[in-house]
Design a protein around this ligand. Structure first.
Ligand SMILES: NC(=O)c1ccc[n+]([C@@H]2O[C@H](COP(=O)([O-])OP(=O)(O)OC[C@H]3O[C@@H](n4cnc5c(N)ncnc54)[C@H](OP(=O)(O)O)[C@@H]3O)[C@@H](O)[C@H]2O)c1
Length: 284
């Protein structure tokens, strides 16, 4: 039995990865901030698929949270075979409307955490001669789209570079670049979605199926839908100015945000129970 660690496993794309990997008989380590939701998901996946599902509560916007997950990934007694760096969030507001502190928090979750967790996982994977890392980016990586797009562009370039450097080591790295996916993402950030046409929406389970197919095919960048492959090819040919104008409007209608500031639409982590970095195993 192999073990997969999924960040942002309580919702959306991360929850879809956890469901699919449990169905494929991987033991799981589920990471997010909401301890209650983590426990609920772990119990459900354990009961339905008979896999071991541990939970690790960690805020990946904090040094302690990242360090707790790094420690789990580099523990030689409990090797992790597949890392899914998926945790992330959107931001309510255009440039100069978002507080710099929120932009920095996004860079910590999208870039610093991805760098540190990939490194903590890849070193032991290289020593074992096998393993995989999927870094969830976005098609926004290829478009002018604020700090969000810039952080996802970093994820794509970092992953491509690391994959190149680790070629032949047995460790596969892939950046996953979905378009709009129906998850809690937009509501949590307070992003209105009424100007996004229905045909542009993707299903999280299908995104995950396509991602794992592309990982098996040793792709380093996955755009998991033909519609978006065509759109991204067209975007490469479009004039930069026109692309910027369209991109900065699509899916960025800034409606009222639900919950706390900075793309975190639920209660603050401290109120949701469990010590930082706490590990709760099935049966606890
Ligand atoms: N939905 C889209 O249209 C779309 C498109 C392209 C790419 N993406 C990317 O896909 C990834 C997943 O997004 P999603 O759409 O599935 O959003 P989602 O439904 O809002 O889920 C986000 C997940 O990330 C976790 N998370 C957020 N901040 C965290 C933090 N500081 N520390 C630890 N965990 C944190 C959340 O759990 P807790 O609140 O419990 O911590 C939740 O499990 C993100 O990286 C996003 O940028 C999304």
């Amino acid at each position: 039995m192999t073990t997969a660690l999924v960040t942002g496993a309580t919702s959306g794309i991360g929850a879809a990865f956890a469901r699919r990997l449990a169905r494929d008989r991987h033991d799981l380590v589920l990471v997010a901030r909401d301890a209650g939701e983590l426990r609920r998901q772990a119990a459900e996946l354990h009961d339905r698929h008979g896999v071991e599902a541990a939970v690790l509560r960690a805020d990946l916007a904090s040094d302690e949270g990242i360090a707790a997950v790094e420690a789990r990934l580099s523990d030689p007694r409990r090797p992790v075979d597949l890392l899914i760096n998926n945790a992330g969030f959107g931001q309510k507001g255009a440039y100069l409307e978002v507080p710099v502190a929120d932009e920095l928090r996004m860079l910590t979750v999208h870039c610093e955490a991805v760098l540190r967790l990939t490194t903590a996982a890849a070193e032991p994977m290289r020593q074992r001669g096998r393993g995989g890392v999927v870094n969830v980016a976005s098609v926004a990586a290829f478009l002018p789209r604020g700090t969000y797009g810039a952080s996802k562009a970093w994820v794509v370039r970092f992953t491509e570079g690391a994959a190149h450097d680790l070629a032949g080591s047995g460790v596969r790295l892939m950046a996953l670049c979905p378009g709009f996916v129906r998850t809690e993402f937009h509501e949590r950030a307070g992003l209105g979605t009424d100007n996004i046409p229905g045909w542009m929406w993707l299903d999280a389970d299908r995104v995950v199926d396509a991602a794992l197919r592309d990982l098996a095919r040793r792709r380093t960048v996955s755009v998991p839908d033909p519609r978006y492959k065509v759109l991204m090819a067209a975007a490469r040919l479009a004039p930069r100015g026109a692309l910027g104008a369209i991109s900065s409007r699509a899916g960025r209608r800034f409606g009222p945000r639900h919950g706390a500031a900075g793309g975190h639409g639920r209660q603050p982590a401290a109120e949701r129970g469990g010590a930082l970095g706490e590990t709760i195993r099935q049966g606890d």
